[in-house]
Design a binder for this molecule. Structure first.
Ligand code: ADP
Ligand code: ZN
Ligand code: ZN
Length: 816
């Protein structure tokens, strides 16, 4: 009998690959384990086992695997089921889902680079032959691909050699030199059991009598042991005996002491005393009606105004699920939000909370992954951004999707281009779990699903503690400029409010949805605007660095002193970004601290935390920021929010522009007024009569919803139509034009629904590639699966046309 395994590889190829294994391997292997496999002539990949069987593949001769990488499955069957849904729905390969689901350290490939860790004076004599060869080779050539190591060792099963070298700390994977998985360990020490009787011990002390430091350490150990009665760390011993690690080493070398290591979980949370609270009367009603809704609906939307205490309601609900021994997933749109939430949840639930997001190191992510595999007590509640959906949950009871309207829940690139809220609903279904969506400004889609009785709806209309909603007012910029009431970008009204607020010792948030100093530089003489050479965008001016920079590819040049087109020295900056506003505020309010929060100031793992903490501690009086500020953060002393230019929110070329502008302004406004101080919001605009702004003024979600949903129906957009956007890219403009037209024509002829394009998008060239898009609008009455199959077929025939083969296509289902 022959033995085979069917596997997925981390590739954008839609089929599975079958490999041959021995009977012993077959018996050992389980679905969900990883195996190293050959691919093509020279490549090696980490494959995931999907199935075991005895039928040889028909079309090719199955190769043998190199080796088995796991002792137990690292992926469970529910995950695979969910990944299959994602691949199918979002039209990508299962391999792409697999690749983005696993922490990077779990997928080693032949292209993965290996290098020696720095500062190494190795005792090479202790290495095994294979290990020695690899180290020697790395001394000559600083990096090696896994495939090259295969050649050096003359054998295929190199992963164990590599893994050994990694765990000895001798080599590391290049992509993640700082991040390879190494559990954080604590070093403990104990006396060699040989000395564990009084006589032996006396002899020992006798022999050490002339080595004073050493005997002191041994005595110190005994004192500690007598009082502490728990395993003793090397660190404790050193402090107690006031000794040095050299002495410890001597005693270990003499076999008097033995040291050993225990894994320590990296992230340890402590429960806070007095973290208990009671729900307010209206929160209690909301809480009860969510539970009632869950009898009839798997998904319920909690529509609660800003600061209504949605988090408190979530906490009480989560508590009930973990009391039933269920797992809970809490999804957030943005890493910036996790800090505050993690704090609140860990205060309440202590070490049962695990956190998972991309700013965590690979080690930390692998640790959370493993905790979930073991169904550990430490990962009863997982807080994470969208990728947390891929973790090995086995027993989910509840998924909370907070700020469910946020567009960051939709992954743009690379595939899978999934929407985390929608994928969460499917995941919950597979676990027979419930989903609670929460927002002060729900997405039209979710609200529509409530209206059409697919989701339950619960409303929370008052702020906690009866704090009043902020008072919003509009300032007409046209009028202010005309009457010369503007100082820089600030109207007299806004300046007056800022001055008063600061005077009272309260804080201000200023919202400007653009970063940098100004969006572009223009020559006053000839009108020339410096553009990025590889992208179809103007360069953004950064005053502090005196640079022009491209936000799409990172290209930068020193700020030009004269026009590159006409040599004129009269250059002016146009528009304004957060950097400029920060500088204006600094000169208007020199005795106050002005801070800035945008993508440029929040790089690095602690980037957000530092700014948020400084603002919270009132080290910053006025915080200027982009939409990052709009997201559910809480600052008790903020009583004024200024929005400098609402029009650049309204004038976005996207069918969701008004919905988003409404959400954004209401959310930023929600930062104003907490506890007993009411908040004020000033919105500057050239269009004070704009419907959306009027709806904001009255905080009238339902008017916004009615108007927008009507438009969506009229213009064939979600939730009435599903959108699939196809993007095609190529370096050759003419070829792309021709190819995209071919694709459009075939789609148009074969699909009985609106197909738009091929359109040149607002930014039609990025990194030297031209871009065209085609938009397909699928009416809800059409069968979605069939339509997708048709599209898939057409894309395949497009790829088969030889002159278009080099054109890259990208499919975005439910394009946002
Ligand atoms: P939302 O998420 O709806 O914007 P939060 O849950 O953050 O609102 O609550 C706003 C503020 O009110 C927070 O500071 C929170 O601690 C406080 N709060 C809300 N509900 C309660 C409660 N039941 N007991 C004590 N404090 C509460
Ligand atoms: Zn010029
Ligand atoms: Zn560029």
């Amino acid at each position: 009998m022959l033995y085979f395994i069917e596997t997925i590889l981390p590739l954008a190829v839609t089929k599975n690959f079958t490999y041959q294994v021995s009977q012993a391997e077959f018996d050992y292997i389980e679905v969900g384990m990883r195996v190293a496999v050959p691919f093509g002539k020279t490549k090696i990949y980490t494959a995931l086992v999907l199935k075991k069987h005895n039928t040889p593949p028909q079309l090719y001769q199955a190769k043998e695997i190199h080796q088995i990488l796991d002792e137990k499955p690292v992926v469970n069957s529910l995950q695979i089921l969910h990944w299959k849904w994602i691949a199918n729905y979002y039209m990508c390969s299962l391999g792409e889902v697999y690749k983005s689901a696993l922490p990077t350290g779990y997928i080693i490939e032949s292209e993965t680079l290996i290098s020696l860790t720095s500062a190494l004076d190795l005792d090479l004599t202790k290495l095994k032959d294979d290990e020695y060869l690899v180290v020697e080779a790395l001394k000559i050539q600083s990096t090696l691909k896994i495939s090259e190591i295969v050649n050096i060792l003359g054998k295929k099963s190199v992963f164990s050699v590599i893994n050994n070298l990694i765990s000895k700390g001798i080599i590391s994977l290049q992509e993640e030199i700082k991040e390879q998985y190494k559990p954080k360990q604590t070093r403990f020490i104990q006396l060699n059991p040989d000395f564990d009787n009084p006589q032996k011990l006396a002899e020992l002390l006798e022999t050490l009598s002339r080595a004073k430091k050493q005997s002191e350490l041994v005595l110190g150990y005994f004192q500690l042991q007598a009082t502490y009665k728990k395993p003793i760390t090397v660190k404790m011993l050193l402090e107690k005996a006031n000794s040095s690690s050299a002495i410890v080493k001597t005693l270990i070398d003499k076999d008097i002491f033995i040291d050993y290591y225990i894994n320590e979980d990296r992230v340890v949370f402590k429960k806070k005393e007095n973290s208990l609270f009671e729900l307010s009367a209206s929160q209690q009603i909301a809480f009860e009606s969510i539970k009632t809704n869950f009898h009839n609906f798997d998904v319920t939307l909690l529509h609660g105004v800003t600061a209504s205490g949605k988090t408190e309601v979530y906490i009480k609900l989560i508590e009930e699920y973990i009391e039933q021994e269920k797992q809970v997933l809490f999804l957030l749109p943005e890493i910036a939000l996790t800090t505050q939430l993690v704090q609140r949840l860990t205060d309440y639930f202590g070490n049962q909370v695990a956190v998972f997001h991309s700013k965590y190191t690979n080690n930390e992510r692998v640790e959370v992954w493993n905790q979930l595999l073991e169904n550990s007590e430490k990962a009863k509640i997982v807080i994470g951004v969208r990728s947390a959906l891929f973790l090995p949950f086995s027993n989910l009871g509840l998924i909370v999707v907070d700020e469910e309207h946020e567009q960051t829940f939709k992954q743009q690139d690379p595939a899978p281009r999934y929407h985390a809220r929608d994928a969460a609903i499917v995941l919950a279904n597979q676990h027979k779990a419930k989903v609670l969506l929460g927002s002060a400004t729900p997405s039209l889609e979710s609200y529509y699903n409530c209206e059409s009785n697919k989701y339950g709806l619960v409303e929370l209309k008052e702020r906690y503690g009866k704090v009043v909603l902020p008072e919003i007012s509009l300032v007409d910029l046209k009028d202010k400029y005309f009457r010369k009431k503007m100082t820089g970008h600030f109207s007299d009204d806004l300046l007056k409010e800022i001055t008063e607020t600061l005077y009272k010792g309260e804080q201000v948030i200023i919202f400007q949805n653009r970063r940098g100093f100004s969006p572009y530089v223009e020559c006053i003489t000839c009108g020339h605007v410096p553009h990025c050479p590889s992208c179809d965008v103007s360069l953004t001016y950064y005053k502090f660095k005196n640079q022009l920079r491209c936000h799409y590819c990172g290209y930068s040049i020193a700020n030009p002193t004269h026009c590159h087109s006409c040599q004129s020295v009269e250059l002016s900056t146009k528009g304004f970004g957060t950097e400029q506003i920060e500088m204006e505020l600094k000169s208007l309010f020199p005795s106050y601290n002005i801070g800035r929060m945008d993508q440029d100031t929040t790089r690095g793992k602690q980037g957000y935390e530092k700014i948020i903490a400084a603002f919270k501690n009132q080290e910053i009086d006025v915080l200027v920021g982009t939409q990052m500020l709009a997201k559910g953060l809480h600052f008790d002393k903020v009583t004024l929010v200024g929005i400098l230019n609402a029009d650049n929110l309204l004038n976005q070329p996207n069918f969701r522009a008004y919905e988003r502008a409404f959400q954004m302004i209401i959310q930023v406004s929600g930062r104003a007024g907490r506890k007993d101080i009411p908040g004020k919001v000033i919105v500057q605009t050239y269009n004070p009569l704009h419907n959306t702004l009027q709806q904001v003024l009255l905080n009238d979600y339902s008017a916004m919803y009615k108007e927008q949903i009507y438009e969506r129906n009229n213009f064939k957009y979600p939730p009435y139509f599903r959108l699939i956007k196809i993007t095609v890219k190529h370096k050759d403009f003419e070829k792309l034009k021709e190819g995209s037209l071919w694709l459009y024509n075939v789609l148009h002829q074969n699909l009985k629904m609106p197909v738009l394009g091929p359109e040149e998008p607002a930014i039609s060239k990025i990194r030297n590639e031209y871009i065209r898009t085609i938009l397909i609008k699928i009416p809800t009455k059409e069968h979605l699966g069939n339509t997708k199959q048709k599209i898939q077929k057409i894309l395949m025939s497009f790829e088969a046309v030889s002159q278009y083969r080099a054109i890259r296509t990208k499919v975005n289902v439910d394009y946002y």
